[in-house]
Design a protein around this ligand. Structure first.
Ligand code: NAD
Length: 261
């Protein structure tokens, strides 16, 4: 149980990659705070399962990660309850697919707030706690789109490139404090976020569902396979190990070879 006694906040963890990361941390004994939206009963079932797995209390925060005050309140609740967090994963994210001239400004603002600014606010709130403990792990789920671009995803690509910049900057600021800061850049992972963008991509590019899956999504990945949430979670867990203490400021691809091209 390598995370016994540690406390983690994983944002956007009621579904997809975040939930897989929360499960991987709980399986190693961490007290996990999950966050995100969805059906209250389903979220409570997940929270209870994490608690049973970890043998440590699991918490749920309904903080809207677009709201800086809610982010601070979530950190305070975690700190009051656990003394942590020792680990955070900036993971909550949304997508919108449209050419820039049709891109709704409110969607642009939401993506920048959630996929980028939330990570800045959460990192700002937890660094003092981690400094005091002389140990910390700050992780973000970036994307292959932190390294390369695709058309019709201007806001998302901007936000993810920003996460890579935040990662490098904070890694330098806390380098001597026992805290590492890294981002993980998955290619396409089969989650609701990917499934939900298929209709817009069909519209934007005039393609069928099958054409979007095979000719747009998997076309980018030489392996021709989706990455799984569990593979991303295993990498996140590795970065929390003491052996990973010299990995910092890194942007780690897990993308089936996409960005090698
Ligand atoms: P998902 O849609 O399954 O999960 C998104 C989570 O964010 C959910 O728990 C949702 O409730 C939560 N959320 C949405 N709005 C929120 C808000 N305002 N405040 C708090 N939580 C909110 O998506 P996913 O695919 O698991 O994506 C997770 C992260 O991984 C995102 O940052 C995404 O950009 C990134 N990513 C995904 C892929 C992929 O192919 N799925 C690839 C690379 C990177």
């Amino acid at each position: 149980m390598i995370l016994k006694g540690k406390s983690a906040i994983v944002t956007g963890s009621t579904s997809g990659i975040g939930l897989a990361i929360a499960k991987a941390f709980a399986a190693e004994g961490a007290s996990v705070t999950i966050n995100g939206f969805g059906d209250a009963a389903a979220i409570e079932t997940e929270r209870a399962a994490l608690e049973a797995t970890a043998g440590a209390t699991a918490y749920y925060s309904n903080a809207d990660m677009m709201d800086p005050a809610a982010i601070e309140a979530m950190v305070k609740a975690c700190s009051d309850a656990t003394g942590g967090p020792d680990i955070i994963v900036n993971n909550a994210g949304i997508q919108h697919v449209a050419p820039i001239e049709d891109f709704p400004p409110d969607q642009y603002e939401k993506i920048i707030k959630l996929n980028l600014s939330a990570a800045w606010y959460l990192t700002r709130a937890v660094v003092p706690i981690m400094r005091a403990k002389k140990w910390g792990r700050i992780l973000s789920t970036a994307s292959a789109h932190s390294l390369t671009a695709s058309p019709n995803k201007s806001a998302y690509v901007m936000a993810k490139h920003g996460i890579a910049g935040l990662t490098k900057t904070i890694a330098l600021e806390v380098a001597t404090a026992g805290i590492t800061v890294n981002c993980i850049s998955p290619g396409y992972v089969w989650t609701p976020l990917v499934e939900n963008q298929i209709p817009d991509t069909m519209k934007a590019r005039g393609l069928t569902r099958e054409q979007v899956i095979n000719d747009v999504l998997l076309d980018a990945q030489p392996t021709k396979q989706f990455v799984t949430p569990e593979e991303v979670a295993a990498l996140a867990l590795y970065l929390c190990r003491d052996e990973a203490r010299s990995i910092t400021g890194a942007n780690l691809s897990i993308d089936g070879g996409w960005t090698a091209q």
